[in-house]
Ligand binder design. Structure first.
Ligand code: FES
Length: 319
């Protein structure tokens, strides 16, 4: 995958524990075009790659903006970004990719964000405002000091579309989501991004009221129920080479491929980014990812090989 060199031009403390990073592309080549909802892989150092949503202006082909929440305990990426990365440092990033696209023609969009989930959502709000589309943004945060981009949201020209929900307990968040999603809008769209429990609750509030294809979400971490489920051994056949490999109960397909020096694209290794999605030619996948849509899962034709397994004793992949 082609990497892009950028320089950290500005670091801003956007809220308690959340910093934004303005990344500048120098030289002749500009940043590839991207759309709201897109993210980039950031090579944070020490071999750690993390995905961060883009929250800057897509029309600015010289800059990208990401925001990072310091996670405690960190899996390494957020700690490096908060403690080690300084203004002036150089970073390598992947080209923008979008697994969370915005429907720009919907008659109304409901944007639901919690915590650091505001990053793709604020980019969507900027775009919908630019297009003059109808939308409402609801931003949930533990407290006012944890609300990132508060000034930009409150003074950005669409403040009357934004509602802050600060300091609510879990029950109150649930009640608010139920109320916000009680009345579906014909051909409207719902976008959800935030921590896992918020995503689960918002999804539950929307399900049965809004059509399935109107509910759009992006997860930053895998659902624990999926990653913690019991595992058993199975075999994986690689259709192009005819090779069959055994996958132990404590291994993933991706790990087995790597052990046999077979190249396969991957990034997050958590089932959230979609980089490792592979065509399934035989067998039934046991989906453990948080990336594929319900219809992609039920088709049985795709799987995330970093976390998903075979439901029976084998799976055949287009590799
Ligand atoms: Fe990210 Fe598999 S590597 S979903």
């Amino acid at each position: 995958m082609t990497l892009i060199n950028v320089q950290v031009e500005k670091i801003t403390q956007e809220a308690e524990g959340i910093r934004s990073f303005l990344l500048a592309k120098k030289g002749l080549l500009k940043i590839p075009r991207y759309t709201p909802g897109a993210h980039i892989d950031v090579h944070c150092g020490e071999g750690i790659i993390r995905q961060y949503s883009l929250c800057g202006d897509p029309a600015d082909r010289r800059h990208l903006m990401i925001a990072v929440r310091q996670v405690d305990p960190s899996r390494g990426g957020s700690a490096l970004m908060h403690r080690a990365v300084q203004e002036g440092d150089r970073l390598e990033i992947g080209a923008p990719r979008n697994n969370f696209p915005l429907n720009e023609t919907a008659p109304h969009s409901v944007l639901l964000a919690a915590g650091i989930g505001i990053t793709p959502i604020i980019a969507m709000a900027d775009r919908l405002h630019l297009l003059g589309r109808s939308f409402a943004l609801h931003y949930f945060a533990r407290a006012r000091e944890h609300t990132a981009f508060r000034r930009r949201l409150a003074q950005g020209g669409y403040a009357d579309h934004v509602t802050f929900h600060e300091g609510l307990d879990a029950a109150a968040v649930g009640q608010a989501l139920d109320a916000l999603l009680a009345q579906p809008v014909e051909n409207g769209q719902v976008y959800i991004c935030g921590p896992g429990p918020f995503m689960d609750r918002a999804e539950a509030a929307a399900q049965g009221r809004w059509p399935r294809n109107a509910i759009n979400q992006e997860r930053f971490a895998a659902k624990p129920a999926l990653t913690g489920a019991p595992t058993k051994p199975f075999s994986v056949k690689l259709a192009r080479s005819g090779v069959t490999l055994d996958v132990g109960a404590d291994e993933t397909i991706l790990e087995v491929l790597e052990a046999h020096e077979i190249d396969a694209a991957f990034s997050c290794e958590q089932g959230v980014c979609g980089t490792c999605v592979t065509d399934v030619l035989g067998g039934t996948p046991d989906h453990r990812d948080s990336f594929l849509s319900a219809s992609q899962r039920s088709s049985g034709r795709l799987m995330c090989i970093c976390v998903s397994r075979a439901a029976d004793d084998h799976v055949v992949l287009d590799l």
